[in-house]
Design a protein around this ligand. Structure first.
Ligand code: CTP
Ligand code: MG
Length: 233
């Protein structure tokens, strides 16, 4: 029987424009360390994970000061112009030393509050059904579709509507093929699941904890700090 491994790929090559900060958001200080160091620690030290790949921009001037810059189980690859390009670069690098049957979990560097229990829950769900899987949370607010003048057109039923989080988990070969094929099309790929969906690959939604926020706008940093403190108390 072949030994199937699990790898985490962390896209961290973005500039964080919505954060309106001078430095990329993954290098902002969050509870006395780089934001990305929280993210990496949760993935790299997880008992279900065999190794990590991190996609960084070519001119990244901050990585050398990360707690994990010299870690033996972490490989650095160059990011691309879009998130999907960064993920594909990491998948291509991983493919030279991993099996297409291995599992990959793609996790945003900008989600430092991911819970170890939720990573485990995702792994169990994907492997139990041998099906790609992502973490998410159900939508609770009333949802509206608006016109270009922000005038409400209709209420969208929130039944069966979920927020898509990360990690997003799939077989290495399946995800690489999906991202390569969608990169040659007009399909907008904002997460791994959208590339898999476009290829007709089934993906299951696994309910995670809502504190797994993506730090996106300035106020999110204080919220992430609050969640980290709450988790450790
Ligand atoms: N990312 C990446 N390569 C890119 C763009 C994004 O690896 N070309 C990463 C980001 O570093 C982040 C994750 O993908 O960890 C999620 O993307 P997002 O939250 O959109 O981050 P940014 O693109 O950096 O932020 P913004 O869209 O506000 O510029
Ligand atoms: Mg972005």
């Amino acid at each position: 029987m072949i030994d199937v491994k699990r790898w985490v790929l962390i896209p961290a090559a973005g500039v964080g424009s919505r954060m309106q900060s001078d430095i990329p958001k993954q290098y902002l200080q969050l509870n006395d360390r780089y934001l990305i160091d929280h993210t990496i620690e949760r993935c790299l030290t997880h008992p279900g994970i065999d190794g990590c790949y991190v996609a960084l921009s070519a001119d990244d001037a901050y990585w050398a000061d990360s707690e994990f810059s010299d870690h033996p189980d972490l490989v650095r690859v160059e990011g691309g112009s879009q998130r999907a390009d960064s993920v594909l670069n990491a998948l291509n690098a991983l493919s030279s030393c991993a099996n297409d049957h291995d599992w990959v979990l793609v996790h945003d560097a900008a989600r430092p509050c991911v819970r170890r229990d939720d990573i485990a829950k995702l792994i169990i769900a994907a492997e139990k059904h041998d099906m790609a899987a992502i973490l998410g949370v159900p939508v609770h607010d009333t949802m509206k579709r608006v016109d270009p003048n922000e005038c409400i057109q209709s209420t969208v039923s929130r039944d069966q509507l979920w927020h898509a989080y990360t990690p997003q988990m799939a077989r290495l070969g399946v995800l690489r093929d999906a991202l390569m094929r969608t990169s040659a099309t007009e399909v907008v790929v904002t997460d791994e699941a959208s590339a898999l969906e476009a290829m007709g690959v089934p993906v299951q939604m696994v309910e995670g904890h809502p504190d797994n926020i993506k730090v996106t706008r300035p106020g999110d940093l204080a919220l992430a700090s609050f969640y980290l403190n709450q988790q450790s108390s």
